[in-house]
Design a protein around this ligand. Structure first.
Ligand code: 5AD
Length: 361
C-alpha cells in the first residue's frame, strides 16, 4: 500500500477537504486500509459516563457554559458513578470514559482520586481502563489522577488556530490558548495516553484551518483523537452566528474527511467516531468507522442525567444500557470487529514509549 504521508502537504490536505466526493473516494479507502495495516480491524468500545455538567468555563459554543442559566445542573455522586461503571462492566465493556464540566479545586482533585481508587477495586484485575475528560488541570492534579489509575485523558484543543480559538472563547486567563497547550504538555509529562481534537464547521473556520488542525495533532504526537462537527446551541453566544455556518450535511462531510485524512497522517493512533456525528445522521458513526475511525463511545450515563449533559442541541439519547449486542452488530456491518473486552491501548502510545529512554518509562 502506498504511503501517502509525503504527498499530504497542508495545501493538499485543504484541497482534499473540499474536493468532489469522487476524487476523495480513493483517500477514504486508503484510510481504511491504513487502519487495518497499522492497528488492525478491531473497533474498541468505551462506555461514556457524563459525571456532571457543573462547569467553571464559559466557552461561547457550549451548552453547559457557566453563564447558561437554562442548563439544569447536576453532579452524580460516587455511588451513582460506581453504579454506572458496574452497569458498563455488566454490559461487557472493559474501558470507560469519565467526562464532565471543568472544576478546579483541591476537593475536586481529591474526590476524583478517591473515585478512581474505588473503580480500580471493582474487578480483581484492577477495574476497567479509565479515560478522563475533565478539562484543564495542574500537572500535579494530572499526576495524582494518573497514579490513582487513570490511563488516558481527552482534552480537545477545539481549534489549533490561536485566532479562531480566541473567537470562540472569552478573553480571560481561564480561557487561554497557551494554558490549553500547557495542559496538553502536562498530560504527556504525566504519562497519559493523550487525546485531543477539534470542532469542525465552526463559524469562520476554513479548510486551511482544518488542515492546520491535522498538522497540529501530528506535531503534538497525540495518541488518540476525538473530533466532530460543531453543532449550535440556542443558549450560547455563538448561536448568533448560525447564519454564517455551512449546512449540517457539509459539516458532517468535512468531519468524515478529517477522520480519513488524520488516519493517513497518523496511521497508528486511536480515532473516535464521535456522538456529535450521530447527532447529524444516525448512521454517521458507522460511516466514520468505514473511513479510518476505530473507537466508539456508547453513552452509559444514567438516563435522567444524559439529557442534562447538553453540549449542543439534538444530542442522541436513545442508546440504553441494553448490552453491547446491538452496537456490536452495527460495528460488524462496517467490516470491523467489535472488541468490547479489549482495553484498546493506542498502538501509537506503545510505539513512542518503546523509543523513550528507560529511565522515564
Ligand atoms: N458542538 C459540538 N461540540 C461541542 N463541544 C462543546 N460544545 C459543542 C458544540 N456546541 C465539544 C467540545 C468539548 C467536548 C467535550 O464537546 O469540543 O471539548
Amino acid at each position: 500500500m502506498k504511503d501517502l504521508r509525503h504527498e499530504l502537504t497542508d495545501a493538499r490536505l485543504a484541497e482534499l477537504l473540499e474536493c468532489d466526493d469522487d476524487k476523495f473516494a480513493p483517500y477514504a479507502a486508503a484510510a481504511r486500509d491504513t487502519l487495518i495495516a497499522h492497528v488492525g480491524d478491531k473497533c474498541y468500545l468505551r462506555a461514556l459516563i457524563e459525571i456532571g455538567n457543573v462547569c467553571a468555563k464559559d466557552c461561547l459554543y457550549c451548552g453547559i457554559r457557566r453563564s447558561n442559566r437554562h442548563a439544569v445542573r447536576y453532579m452524580l455522586d460516587d455511588d451513582a458513578i460506581v453504579s454506572a461503571v458496574r452497569a458498563s462492566l455488566a454490559a461487557g465493556y472493559r474501558s470507560i470514559v469519565l467526562q464532565g464540566g471543568e472544576q478546579c479545586s483541591d476537593s475536586f482533585t481529591l474526590r476524583i482520586e478517591r473515585l478512581l481508587d474505588k473503580i480500580s477495586r471493582l474487578t480483581p484485575d484492577g477495574g476497567p481502563a479509565v479515560t478522563l475528560s475533565l478539562g484543564e488541570q495542574s500537572l500535579s492534579t494530572y499526576m495524582r489522577w494518573r497514579e490513582a489509575g487513570a490511563r488516558r485523558y481527552l482534552l480537545r484543543i477545539e481549534s489549533s488556530s490561536r485566532h479562531l480559538y480566541s473567537r470562540i472563547h472569552p478573553h480571560d486567563p481561564l480561557h487561554s490558548f497557551d494554558r490549553r497547550l500547557e495542559a496538553l504538555m502536562s498530560l504527556r509529562e504525566a504519562d497519559y495516553q493523550v487525546g485531543t481534537g477539534v470542532m469542525i464547521g465552526l463559524p469562520g473556520q476554513t479548510a486551511e484551518h482544518l488542515a492546520a488542525d491535522i498538522r497540529f495533532m501530528q506535531q503534538m504526537d497525540i495518541d488518540m483523537c476525538g473530533m466532530g462537527p460543531y453543532l449550535e446551541h440556542r443558549h450560547t453566544p455563538l448561536y448568533g452566528l448560525r447564519h454564517t455556518l455551512v449546512p449540517p450535511a457539509e459539516r458532517l462531510r468535512l468531519s468524515l474527511r478529517m477522520v480519513a485524512l488524520l488516519r493517513l497522517v497518523m496511521p497508528d493512533i486511536n480515532i473516535a467516531a464521535t456522538t456529535a456525528l450521530q447527532a447529524i445522521d444516525s448512521h454517521a458513526r458507522e460511516e466514520a468507522l468505514r473511513m479510518g475511525a476505530n473507537v466508539i463511545m456508547p453513552n452509559m450515563t444514567p438516563q435522567q442525567a444524559k439529557a442534562r449533559y447538553a453540549l449542543y442541541e439534538n444530542k442522541p439519547l436513545c442508546e440504553t444500557p441494553a448490552g453491547t449486542m446491538p452496537l456490536c452488530g452495527r460495528i460488524c456491518d462496517t467490516g470491523l470487529v467489535a472488541a468490547p473486552e479489549d482495553d484498546g491501548t493506542s498502538r501509537h502510545y506503545y510505539e513512542r514509549k518503546s523509543h523513550e529512554p528507560t529511565a522515564t518509562r
